[in-house]
Design a protein. Structure first.
Length: 446
């Protein structure tokens, strides 16, 4: 009987170990909440002081503290770590704030993130500044980019929408007011189209004019036609659409200039240099221009095509240089984008502040996207595996960068979102001639 009880206990223990191992591989979020979170919290609390000392993040105590220690305990005065705040658990990891000692900075803690990761047994450790003298450690318990689940509560704002998840488990928000223009690069099947799909679906719910240039006969953007204010599906149509957008931009500048005819007694807050300072009833709707496979606009076969190309590139550059104040924003996508495309390519790229680089076919393509703003991110982008579509490196002109991954969104769901929000498309008379109407003819009711 004792042997049977022992075998039963052994079988139960093996089953429990097997269940934990399976949960760790198949359901990392469940494993983290049940096993990983308590274990990591205990390791952090028990080894905090020794870990900080091993990482070189301790400092000599103040003279007053040293005197107090000698007077009360007669112990040896040892270096002290940064003051630690409460350990706050999250769905994907832990958060803890540190008050840095005089002479310490964010870079000191950031240099030790890899050591802290191993010491506390978590997937990754990230650090960010909260205010002068205070930083926050973000401990991520598992690889959140393996199976992307966006946070349930994500703050959205006008022209600021979440489209991906960062490796520190925070959402990547595409904010057009902060970064007006962006370049998105990626090879075939890298997830570039999924990024664009998520972005369109999020913007569709806002009163924003969405304009598309898709020189692949519209195969990427045509499913979203009900929500688009204009769509060009080949270079000829693009050559007609771009001058209209430039003229719309100039008309908006005339509107702003008229508002600047300042009369005596006008309050300072009514003086503006962009459309956001205009009254609500006078402010035109913002326009987001999506250019898919931008290289198609640069390819030429004849002298006539070359003249048309030069005109389109010049118009794109003007939109990138002057469009922000007029509420016109660019999202330029392609597989490669560099000087070899032709005259004006480098100038246009320089105006695209935001950069998103998915998997590319060569290191030169990664350098085109990130080399001029975050050289250290080029290697990370070049190492993205084909088995991870949607994984990308995002950076901007500030030099900061991080890895992100776009959640899966089916084409049918994205198209349905655009159909349901078609009534939100603002009326812009200049774009009516380019508005696609095929969606109404293909509706289920028809």
């Amino acid at each position: 009987m004792a042997d049977l009880v022992t075998l039963a206990e052994l079988g139960g223990a093996l089953t429990a170990v097997g269940g934990v191992t399976y949960a760790r591989k198949a359901h990392p979020a469940v494993y983290w909440s049940m096993v990983g979170l308590p274990a990591a919290t205990a390791r952090l609390l028990v080894s905090y002081g020794s870990t900080m000392d091993a990482c070189g993040l301790t400092v000599q105590p103040s003279r007053l503290r040293a005197l107090a220690v000698r007077a009360t305990t007669r112990r040896e005065v040892r270096p002290v770590p940064p003051r630690r705040g409460l350990v706050r658990p999250t769905a994907t990891g832990l958060r803890v704030r540190l008050r840095l000692a005089p002479g310490q900075e964010l870079a000191d803690v950031a240099a030790s993130c890899e050591r802290l990761r191993h010491a506390w047994g978590v997937h990754a450790v990230h650090v960010r500044s909260i205010k002068p003298g205070v930083v926050e450690l973000l401990l991520v318990g598992y690889d959140v980019l393996r199976d992307v689940k966006m946070p349930r509560r994500v703050e959205r704002d006008f022209l600021a929408v979440p489209v991906a998840l960062r490796e520190d488990a925070t959402p990547f928000v595409r904010d057009y007011r902060a970064i007006p223009h962006q370049l998105v690069l990626g090879a075939t099947l890298s997830g570039k189209a999924m990024f664009l799909r998520n972005l369109l679906a999020e913007l569709a719910a806002q009163p924003v004019a969405l304009v598309g240039i898709d020189c692949k006969r519209g195969v990427e953007l045509a499913p979203f036609a009900p929500r688009l204010s204009a769509l060009a599906t080949d270079p000829d149509e693009a050559a007609e659409l771009l001058p209209v957008l430039v003229q719309e931009m100039e008309d908006r500048y005339d509107l702003i200039r008229a508002r600047q005819s300042i009369e005596p007694g006008v309050p300072d807050e009514e003086i503006t240099s962009d459309i956001w300072g205009l009254p609500d009833d006078e402010r035109p709707a913002p326009i987001v221009l999506f250019v898919d496979e931008v290289a198609e606009l640069f390819l030429v076969a004849t002298r006539k095509d070359e003249e048309r190309r030069d005109e389109m590139v010049t118009q794109l550059i003007r939109l990138a240089q002057l469009g922000r104040a007029a509420g016109i924003y660019l999202e330029v996508c392609g597989q490669r984008f560099g000087a070899e495309l032709g005259k004006g390519a480098t100038m246009l790229r320089a105006q695209l502040t935001g950069r998103v680089c998915h998997r590319v076919n060569d290191e030169a393509s990664a350098k085109m996207a990130l080399g001029d703003i975050a050289p250290e991110a080029v290697y990370v982008a070049s190492a993205i595996a084909p088995e991870a579509p949607g994984l990308a490196v995002v950076g901007d002109s500030s030099g900061g960068w991080s890895r992100i991954r776009t959640p899966y969104l089916s084409l049918a769901d994205a198209a349905a979102t655009c159909r349901d929000s078609a009534h939100l498309a603002p009326h812009i008379s200049a774009l009516e001639a380019f508005r696609p109407y095929a969606s109404a003819e293909l509706s289920p009711a028809g």
